[in-house]
Each structure stands twice: as C-alpha cells, then as structure tokens.
Design a protein around this ligand. Structure first.
Ligand SMILES: N[C@@H](CCC(=O)N[C@@H](CS)C(=O)NCC(=O)O)C(=O)O
Length: 307
C-alpha cells in the first residue's frame, strides 16, 4: 500500500510516476482505498468508485483542472466550485492518464517554457489561458469569474471561511504526516498517534464549532437561507463541505460522537442540505467524484481511537 505523502513523492520519483500512470497500479490504489472507505460508518458518503473519464462536463469545457489522478485531494475544492456553478471543465489527468506528464511539465518546467512556474497542483487553466495554482487563489479566481461568490464585500467572508476550511484540511493532513511530508506514514506512526489525539480532542470540535456558528450567523441575517454567506451557494459552502466530508472520512468515530452530542446540529443540517443539492447529486451520480484514498484525508483506524 502506498502510504507516503503520495503526491509529493510522485513529483520527485520518475519511476513512481510511470507506475502511477499504469492502470494496474491505479487499480491497486483504488482497491486499498476502497477497503478504507467501506470500513467507515458515517458515510463518506458521496464518493464513488469509478471515475467517468469521458464526463459530459468536459464537453465545451473552457476550464482545465490539472491534478494528480485517482483521488479527490486538493483538486476536489476546485472541482466542487466548478460543479456547483455548473461550469464545464476538463479534469485532464482523470480523463486521460497519459496526460500526467503534462501536469509534471508544469511543475518542472523546461527553461524555455512559456508558462509561469507552479510549485504543485491543483493547477487551473482558465478560458483566457491563464495558468494559476494554490487552491485558495484558484477559488478566488473562480469567485470573480463564476456565480460562486458575491461581488460585494461578502466575498471576503467567503474567502475567509474557505481559508479556514483549508487550514482544517492541512491540519488533517499533518495528523498522518506530523514529522516529514516526504516520509512514509509507517515511519511516523507514533508521532501521528500523538497528533491524532489532539486533533480529535480539540481541533475537530474547534473547527466544527466555528463552522456551526457561521451557519447560525448567516441564518440570523438571512432567514431561511441554506448557505454560509448570503442566500446563494458560494465556494465557502463547497470548501467547508469538502473539509467536513474529508474529516468525517478520516475520523468517522469522532465525527459520529460530535454529531450525537447535538452541539453541532446546525452544521450537520447544513452539510446534509448541500449534499442533497441537485448539482451535488448529479455530480456524484456522474462518477466524476473520486473516492478517498492515500491523499490528504486518510482513514487509519489506529488514529481514530477513543481516549
Ligand atoms: N498550498 C497549496 C498546496 C498544494 C499541495 O500541497 N499540493 C500537493 C497535492 S495536494 C502536491 O502535489 N504537493 C507536492 C509538493 O508539495 O511537493 C495549495 O493549497 O494548493
């Protein structure tokens, strides 16, 4: 099983990259992920087993997402913003594994490359040909260009909430890689266990409590709204939603406890509401939503144990 901080390792190891592109390796990767997936109780829910390489969304696509294929990762924050705004896009490496070298050429550009250097994916190519990376930067761009963020000062709230969800995402990643990003999980298991105790005990409740307050705050300002900012869906909703979904996948027991405490009812109700939105249901049914694996959000039974 590949348990190292996988995407980073791929970047630096050409042999692994070749393996990664091969369908047999991909199958192995999916199989191990599926085992993790089925052991969870509370649903991860919406992830699907098979990615549809020829998605309808890629027709007429003017946006192109470049990300490591076969797992949601940080690419999912971009996908969800595009999906929620019903924007056709091409998920290049998932449509065609042989395009992974294209992605690698963007993060290891040749001296004569016309593109600006990007450190790592996700990377978005926009309709105007702009090539940008850094997840919150991509979301900011999409907020400006699509119906996924307000144009007034509320856009700063949207970005603030999305950044907070991405902070949670980074913390969730650092639980299984607390010492070194390029090393195997197996080589930092005891530190990961220590990190998981604090994450479970303090950090998940702190973030979930904060998101719960956001739901209530916006409901207080806009009676009947189903969203985090204003009365329309924004990338704050999609980004917080994905962070909560990922943490639920990685720490199902802890999230179940929090749910049953009744202290986060507003958050979980909001989360269910977004999950049931027509665009989300369509996205999941399309097969474009990838299942979790050895990415940012990972399920290790030994990291989700009671005190
Ligand atoms: N801050 C960046 C982090 C991007 C990142 O860590 N990308 C991972 C994949 S999720 C990667 O490929 N990292 C390679 C590396 O850090 O060398 C963002 O939010 O987009």
């Amino acid at each position: 099983m590949l348990t190292r901080s996988f995407c980073r390792r791929v970047v630096f190891q050409p042999r692994l990259l070749a393996l990664y592109i091969s369908p047999s390796t991909t199958q192995h990767y999916h199989t191990s992920s599926y085992r993790h997936y089925t052991t969870t109780t509370s649903s991860p829910s919406t992830s699907q087993n098979i990615h549809n390489p020829q998605s309808a969304m890629s027709e007429e696509a003017k946006y192109e997402l470049l990300y490591w294929p076969g797992l949601p990762g940080r690419g999912e924050f971009v996908r969800l913003a595009l999906e929620a705004s019903k924007t056709p896009y091409k998920d290049t490496t998932n449509s065609d594994r042989s395009k992974v070298p294209t992605l690698v050429s963007l993060i290891r550009p040749s001296a004569d490359s016309k593109d600006p250097p990007n450190l790592c994916p996700p990377i978005l190519r926009t309709p105007s040909g702009l090539l940008i990376s850094q997840t919150p930067n991509i979301l900011l761009y999409l907020g400006d260009h699509l119906s996924i963020a307000p144009k007034n000062d509320d856009k700063y709230l949207v970005h603030q909430y999305a950044l907070t969800a991405l902070d949670l995402t980074n913390e969730a990643h650092n639980v299984h890689h607390p010492v070194a990003h390029m090393s195997y999980y197996a080589d930092q298991k005891s530190e990961a266990f220590t990190a998981s105790r604090e994450f479970r005990r303090d950090r998940i409740p702190k973030f979930f409590g904060h998101f719960d307050k956001i739901v209530k705050y916006n409901a207080g300002k806009h009676a009947g709204t189903k969203y985090l900012v204003g009365e329309n869906i924004t990338y704050a909703d999609t980004t917080v939603w994905q962070a909560v979904d990922g943490v639920t996948y990685a720490f199902p027991k802890r999230v179940k406890e929090l749910k049953e405490s009744g202290e986060y009812d507003a958050l979980f109700k909001w989360w269910e509401g977004v999950k049931g939105e027509e665009w989300m249901v369509g996205y999941v049914e399309s097969g474009r939503r990838l299942k979790y694996g050895d990415g940012i959000f990972r399920y290790y039974e030994e990291l989700d144990v009671d005190e």
